[in-house]
Design a binder for this molecule. Structure first.
Ligand code: 0L1
Ligand code: MG
Length: 257
């Protein structure tokens, strides 16, 4: 039996991102399962690397109940981050570069010495050099932000851009820190880091386990986005976005008018 056309699906998703044009879901029609979807994600990210982008990290997706409920998919997933996706703290994006962008408050880890793929983190403080508040900008390439599990994995888990705030030493507890997402100075979402798999440190174990299953090794110096603590909020032209995590501080992002 002939399997799904991995390169062809990656090309469609890449073109959708490049032209900021939504496309219909692909998985059901092409028979894409989860393993094939990660193969599409690899090909989709390779397309970026082939034009000069660099891998700079890994992101976890759907690590909270709020996020799972928002998109109707209930499994933790992971995707890749490249240097071109990184926006400086306080920097600006143009909504015209995206299809239907949303933002969500996250916790970022700066990776240090890591165990082999598939092994548990063991000592979190050895594996993580610093922690920061972060904003992830997600932008599903599928129409109406609607997808199945293989669809969203193939689409590099909706990864589009991210902001990392100031790095800080790992605090004693990360498991119940208040999280606030403000848009134009108004509260848009409130949550707790407890929403991220009960404790964002668990996200690193999950990342090592899940990415290791696909032969992907996390690297020293990479950024690791542990996942969102709240549902995501649509981004509007001219908006000022700030994500604050108790004990860690804030990260911010402007949207051009
Ligand atoms: O980072 C995320 O949790 C996004 C995962 C993909 C689902 C979505 O686009 O919301
Ligand atoms: Mg996210």
């Amino acid at each position: 039996m002939i399997g799904p056309d991995i390169a062809g699906i990656a090309e469609k998703l890449g073109a959708a991102a490049d032209t900021a044009t939504a496309i219909p879901q692909l998985a059901a029609e092409t028979g894409l399962d989860v393993d094939a979807a990660y193969a599409v994600q690899t090909a989709l990210v390779k397309r970026r690397l082939d034009r000069g982008e660099r891998l700079v990290g890994l992101k976890m997706g759907l690590t909270s109940k709020a996020k799972m409920a928002q998109v109707g998919v209930d499994e933790v997933i992971w995707g890749r981050l490249t240097d071109v996706m990184r926006v400086p703290d306080g920097g600006a994006v143009d909504v015209g570069d995206f299809i239907h962008p949303r933002v969500e408050p996250e916790v970022a880890f700066l990776l240090d010495r890591l165990p082999d793929p598939g092994e548990p983190v063991g000592s979190f403080t050895r594996a993580v050099r610093a922690v920061a508040p972060a904003i992830e900008l997600i932008d599903s390439r599928y129409a109406n932000f609607t997808f199945s599990l293989p669809d969203v994995i193939a689409d590099n888990t909706s990864a589009a851009a991210f902001v990392v705030g100031p790095w800080a030493p790992v605090p004693d507890g990360l498991d119940n820190l208040g999280v606030l997402l403000e848009i134009d100075g108004r509260v848009a979402q409130v949550g707790s880091t407890a929403a991220i798999l009960g404790d964002p440190r668990r996200a690193l174990d999950e990342g090592l386990r899940l990415a290791g299953r696909h032969g992907v090794r996390l690297r020293k110096g990479w950024v690791f986005l542990a996942g969102a603590a709240t549902a995501a909020v649509p981004l509007r032209p001219g908006a000022h976005v700030r994500a604050t995590v108790e004990k860690l501080g804030s990260a911010s992002l402007k949207v051009l008018p």
